[in-house]
Design a protein around this ligand. Structure first.
Ligand SMILES: [Zn+2]
Length: 240
């Protein structure tokens, strides 16, 4: 029996820093914070779009700021809501959850469920970007691949992608499970609990924002390299 065919899925949870009209008043005094890495992931959405196009994969993304509600946090996580919305009345927080969190998370989960029911193996890439310096600490990577080491398909995908990227650009610092652990709370971590390792592989692709802001040419080149490396690894897996 042949291995199940891959079904690719791209998502971007932190694609913008938009605040819906209904919640603007809560953000008075938080305008500067919204513009920082705390408000969104610069570059993540353009990468997601390019990757989805290259893989001919569906793309789900959000442009509402993570400071309204963080789509990459589970319900009950202390940072599900941001500074401005955390202290809002309970009814308002529930409304934000119902309008801006549940529809996104449910749509993606349902999409995966459908592909899995069709006998496909879902390869989910969730794109993010991270700030070059956090709390005075310089981050020592240009690209991070986050995954769960206990899931063999994810571990292989991360290792092979790291190798492919390194061979296309030796100066690029590519690290696995850095600057965060792939097992900490996130959308992929949640989805792993919904689907077995044989049916679902979720990788978070983290880009250093220094790369995004370093000039159009550098950023375009990195995107092209990332996409080429991922395509190479995924198509090799398909033909194996
Ligand atoms: Zn992010």
């Amino acid at each position: 029996m042949s291995a199940p065919r891959n079904h690719y899925l791209i998502t971007c949870e932190h694609g913008g820093n938009r605040v819906p009209e209904a919640y603007r008043a809560l953000f008075a005094g938080h305008e500067e914070l919204l513009a920082t890495h705390r408000g969104w992931d610069p570059g993540a959405l353009t990468l997601a779009r390019d990757l989805a196009r290259a893989l001919d994969a569906p793309l789900y993304y959000a442009t509402v700021s993570r400071l309204v509600i963080d789509l990459n946090r589970s319900i009950g996580h202390p940072r599900l809501y941001g500074e401005a919305t955390r202290g809002a009345p309970r009814a308002l927080r529930r409304e934000i959850l119902a309008r801006h969190y549940m529809p996104y998370r449910t749509r993606v989960e349902r999409h995966i469920r459908g592909a899995v029911a069709d006998g496909r193996r879902v390869v989910h890439v969730s794109t993010h970007s991270f700030t070059p310096v956090l709390n005075g600490q310089v981050r020592q990577a240009d690209v991070g691949l986050l995954y769960d080491p206990a899931r063999p398909a994810e571990a292989a995908l991360a290792r092979l992608s790291q190798g492919a990227l390194k061979s296309s650009a030796q100066e690029l610092r590519v690290r696995r499970n850095y600057p965060y652990s792939g097992r900490s709370d996130g959308f992929t971590a949640y989805l792993r609990r919904c689907f077995p390792a044989t049916a679902y592989a979720g990788i978070e692709l983290e880009i250093n924002q220094k790369q995004v802001s370093s000039g159009r040419e550098t950023w375009r080149e990195l995107k092209a390299r990332l996409i080429a490396a991922l395509m190479e690894v995924l198509t090799r897996q398909e033909s194996a």
